[in-house]
Design a protein around this ligand. Structure first.
Ligand code: SF4
Ligand code: SF4
Length: 312
């Protein structure tokens, strides 16, 4: 297993075991952070936590979190030795990230990082902000919720061409490991075979050469074309929407849900009600102005159904 120095002489295994947050959804002590920490310590049977994260900072509530006093509270606990290192996990825009890191000298940040989001999303921009600020990066979703271990045949062929033995997941892990600011890669391993494959990958510690990087970029782009709506955010459609919907934003949410699961649509709850896809009247004006002639009314219908399913 590969280890990397964090700070203060602390050596961390580069592979970590991902798990969902604690406590689980539905526990109303999510609101009271002081009570929440006490409960976490009680359940863990510990009197301190080494790496403590504020969960899932997003655009819609970053201001509330920073104004709530919780950062100052946890900073005090650091001084008292109840928390050793303080960080946060992040699901927002580059602007929100800049706001959060200007507020406090965080010890680390956990972000979604994988080669798909790097080549087809905005992961590189977020990573570079953390790299410039010299904040260690803990990685979640290195295999993009399983997407990168279940590529389309065309994308698999690109990788097999270079190395027929390497598993799809190990390609994804090697790519993440090759980013210098990355400290620990958290993998949601759900069976013995995945554990063995990851341990092998992280023990070998093979980095990527230029051909391999190019192959992963090509695989990501093939996957994107096959699975998602490749909207370029040119916004030719939006001035023509009589309902004033932010179509590229909604299509980005649609892609996230198709690729990573419908639970990702929870972020849309931050939108005003009149901006949700249920307001689409199916007029088709957007499609007429879209250079790629996407069936936008169809995607809006599908997105509305996904949101309804999520709401139960
Ligand atoms: S079809 Fe829907 S999204 Fe497209 S312009 Fe009409 S209302 Fe807007
Ligand atoms: S016109 Fe088409 S490609 Fe451009 S933002 Fe709208 S949906 Fe996306």
């Amino acid at each position: 297993m590969q280890y990397k120095e964090f700070k203060d002489g602390v050596q961390l295994s580069r592979l970590g075991m991902g798990a969902m947050r604690l406590p689980v959804k539905g526990d109303d002590s999510q609101i009271d952070y002081e009570r929440q920490l006490e409960e976490q310590l009680r359940r863990l049977k510990m009197d301190r936590i080494d790496f403590y994260l504020l969960h899932g900072i997003q655009d819609s509530f970053v201001d509330d979190i920073l104004a709530s006093g919780c950062v100052e509270y946890f900073d005090r606990l650091k001084t008292e030795g109840k928390i050793r290192y303080l960080g946060f996990s992040f699901h927002g825009s580059p602007e929100t990230l800049k706001k959060a890191i200007q507020y406090y000298p965080w010890d680390f940040v956990q972000m979604q990082l994988n080669y798909y989001d790097w080549y087809c999303g905005n992961a590189e921009e977020i990573y570079r902000i953390l790299e410039d600020a010299r904040i260690p990066v803990m990685v979640m979703e290195p295999v993009h919720g399983g997407l990168l271990a279940d590529l389309t045949e065309d994308a698999i062929a690109v990788l097999k061409n270079l190395d027929p033995e390497c598993s799809q997941a190990s390609w994804a892990m090697r790519w993440v490991m090759s980013r210098k600011q990355v400290q620990v890669v958290l993998s949601g391993m759900s069976d013995q075979a995945q554990l063995a494959d990851n341990v092998k990958t992280f023990s070998e510690g093979r980095t990527l050469n230029e051909d391999e990087e190019s192959a992963l970029k090509e695989a990501a782009q093939i996957q994107y074309r096959k699975v998602a709506v490749p909207c370029t955010s040119c916004r030719y459609c939006t001035p023509n929407c009589p309902m004033d919907l932010d179509i590229p934003v909604l299509l980005r949410a649609y892609n996230e849900a198709k690729i990573g699961g419908e639970w990702r649509l929870t972020g849309l709850t931050a939108l005003p009600k009149e901006k949700l896809p249920e307001n689409c009247i199916g007029c088709g004006a957007c499609t007429q102005h879209c250079p790629q002639s996407f069936d936008i009314p169809g995607y809006m219908r599908e997105l509305k159904e996904m949101i309804e399913r999520l709401a139960g």
